[in-house]
Write a protein that binds this ligand. Structure first.
Ligand code: ACM
Length: 630
């Protein structure tokens, strides 16, 4: 890439060697940086200057962000001589692109430059991370408001850096959504994928189809594990839910724009549509008037090889013209509300069993000369794409859209691993990489007996190791990637944060920073510094990286124990004699053969002589059960 070739020039310009220094705790780490001795000290009398009107909003945001913890009254003003300068280049600096920036601090002040306001916004995020963690305080805090002397030149590796939030399985208020967007923007994510509809709630007001929200946004109250819950009773009131009005959406879109985040709305069709069908049963093949918005019942069966059955019809009928009239109304309103050129139309996990039995679908298959019912999805998606084009929008869908025939202009979001992404890129489609194996933030991130159980695991270290451009794929088709948070098990924003961080920190670096600079040990140090910042900011995160990784395997009829740690520098202590382990217990150094008998393993991590991870307790039965699984 041209940018990499130009970088040494930047540092030659400043007369500095292009050596790296790891003393900055920035996430995502910048493309290029240098640190020299000394500090810039922010003072009460400092001003924040912007040279062009487009820099004003960012300068004001910075003043506000600094004034809260410092108690200063810093002002933003149009100026080229302020202590903190935000400058927009008159002649674009090619290596910085649309989102890049430079930041230089000297004892006298700070200068940030960019080609576009987005770059200044990211320069501001970097600057805030250079201040002590108390800068995150929501009230006046005590700290030395100093930053190190740095020269930074930074720009993203990928143009698409996204976080998905599912607001259907659980509803998140307008304020929650704004808070989440604000937090991801600070990590230089620029795309918020908003999963607005599913079986468990339709969350966007469609004025021409009022029942979508008067009925589809509400389900019966249930406690307990999602997926194990009881069916709604016939006359039970549906009291859990909510939706976003057009005004709410305009407010959120504006709020996101101020943070250089674009919103990609998802209307998930033709499957995952039970909430829409509860409102308008005539849209499905079965037309069951008793269909209810699903409160998390076990209505699907999964057979382990990617095949499945839906015991309640949650699919739109592809053979009914009224379905396309419905979709035309939905997308007409969605297209106006969201400026993003893409609308995500889902396409995932669509069960075709009800289509197969339906005379209308059979007649359509005959007419189209289609032999397999699966191919009806290709027809459906083609019709949806025509509707989107009529509204000036582009189609984006999950990788299942490849299966029934795909239009040349469709963009594919690869989630079932990277296979779909590779196939799509080889066919010349744009791809957003978001494989379950690296990017699913709903998966359990540590020891499964500590965190509430989820059906799959994904540790922060694995997310960090993600490479979005597979071998043999032309990188120009890989727009970037996302982290996806499905919320079956996530009822609150605070828990959404717990599931999101630190994995979204790891992924921010995957999508922003140069691949060549990736280093887990170095990231882990910076991650710890960000734990401390998140504590001050009152942002929740998982500390699973401090827990031991406990694996077992069966070999020659014996059960072997293997342990590891994600966080460098931890000691693992354990007992199998029904005592509580501490730093005087057995220290794990190599795989051990576990003795026969009803033993219980107890494990705890220490650092510098102090306990740091959770106590993990596993019975013999649990140890046997996990053999070869992790
Ligand atoms: C998906 O996770 N069903 C896209």
């Amino acid at each position: 890439m041209l940018r990499y070739l130009l970088c040494p020039l930047f540092f030659a310009m400043f007369g500095l060697a292009n050596a790296q220094n790891n003393s900055l705790n920035l996430i995502p780490q910048p493309a290029e940086w240098q640190v020299t001795n000394g500090t810039y000290a922010l003072t009460r009398g400092a001003t924040i200057g912007f040279d062009k009107p487009e820099g004003r909003a960012i300068a004001e945001m910075l003043a506000q962000k600094l004034n809260t913890p410092t108690g200063f009254s810093l002002k933003a003003q149009q100026s080229t001589s302020a202590a903190i300068q935000l400058r927009l280049n008159n002649t674009p600096d090619a290596r910085l692109g649309q989102e890049g920036y430079t930041l230089e601090s000297t004892p006298k002040g700070i200068v940030m430059t960019a080609n576009q306001p987005a770059g200044l916004f990211y320069a501001m995020q970097t600057l805030l991370q250079l201040f002590p963690k108390e800068v995150e305080s929501k009230t006046v805090a005590k700290a030395d408001w100093n930053i190190p002397l740095v020269k930074i030149a930074d720009y993203p590796r990928f143009a698409w850096r996204g976080i998905m939030l599912d607001v259907s399985r659980h509803f998140f208020s307008k304020e929650d959504v704004k808070t989440h967007i604000d937090q991801i923007a600070r990590l230089k994510y620029n795309t918020f994928h908003w999963h607005l509809t599913d079986d468990n709630g339709w969350r966007i007001e469609i004025k021409s189809l009022p029942k979508l929200t008067s009925v589809g946004a509400w389900r019966v109250q249930r406690a307990g594990r999602f997926g194990d819950r009881a069916d709604p009773k016939p006359d039970e009131p549906a009291t859990y839910g909510g939706f976003y009005t057009h005004d709410d959406i305009r407010e959120i879109v504006r709020y996101a724009q101020e943070r250089f985040v674009t919103i990609v709305p998802e209307i998930d069709v033709p499957g995952h549509s039970m909430a829409a069908i509860a409102a308008y049963p005539e849209l499905s093949c079965t037309k069951n008037p008793d269909t209810k918005v699903n409160p998390g019942t076990p209505f699907s069966e999964w057979y382990g090889n990617g095949t499945f059955k839906m015991n309640i019809d949650n699919t739109l009928n592809p053979s009914d013209e009224k379905v396309y009239e419905f979709l035309d109304k939905v997308f007409a309103e969605v297209a106006v509300l969201f400026p993003n050129p893409y609308i995500h139309v889902g396409g995932d996990e669509c069960y075709k069993g009800y289509w197969k039995e339906d005379p209308g679908c059979q007649a359509l298959m005959k007419k189209l000369n289609i032999r397999h019912v699966e191919d009806l999805q290709g027809y459906f998606m083609g019709r949806v794409e025509q509707i989107l084009h009529s509204k000036g929008k582009k189609l984006l869908g999950w990788d299942e859209i490849l299966e029934g025939g795909i239009s040349p202009n469709a963009t594919v979001m690869s989630w079932r691993g990277i296979k779909g992404g590779i196939e799509a890129a080889q066919m010349g489609h744009d791809v957003v990489m978001t494989p379950t194996t690296y990017a699913y933030l709903d998966y359990n991130q540590g020891e499964p007996t500590i965190d509430p159980p989820i059906y799959a695991y994904l540790r922060a270290k694995k997310s960090y190791s993600f490479e979005p451009v597979p071998d043999g794929v032309d990188p120009k088709y890989i727009l970037g990637g996302q982290g996806n948070l499905w919320t079956e098990q996530v009822p609150t924003l605070r828990y959404a944060q717990y599931m999101t961080y630190p994995r979204a920190w790891a992924l921010s670096e995957v999508y922003w920073s140069p691949k060549e600079k990736k280093n887990w040990e170095d990231f882990a140090n910076r991650m710890e510094a960000h734990f401390a910042r998140a504590d001050v900011a009152e942002i929740n995160y998982s500390r699973a990286v401090y827990d031991a990784i406990v694996k077992t395997r069966r070999q020659d009829g014996k059960l072997w124990l293997e342990m590891d740690n994600e966080m460098p520098g931890l000691d693992i202590f354990y007992s199998i004699d029904d005592t509580m382990p501490d730093r005087f217990s057995s220290k794990y150094v190599q795989p051990i053969e576990l003795p026969e008998g009803p033993i219980t393993l107890r494990v705890i991590t220490y650092r510098d002589g102090k306990p740091i991870g959770h106590l993990i307790t596993l019975s013999r039965e649990a140890l046997e059960k996990r053999a070869g699984r992790f």
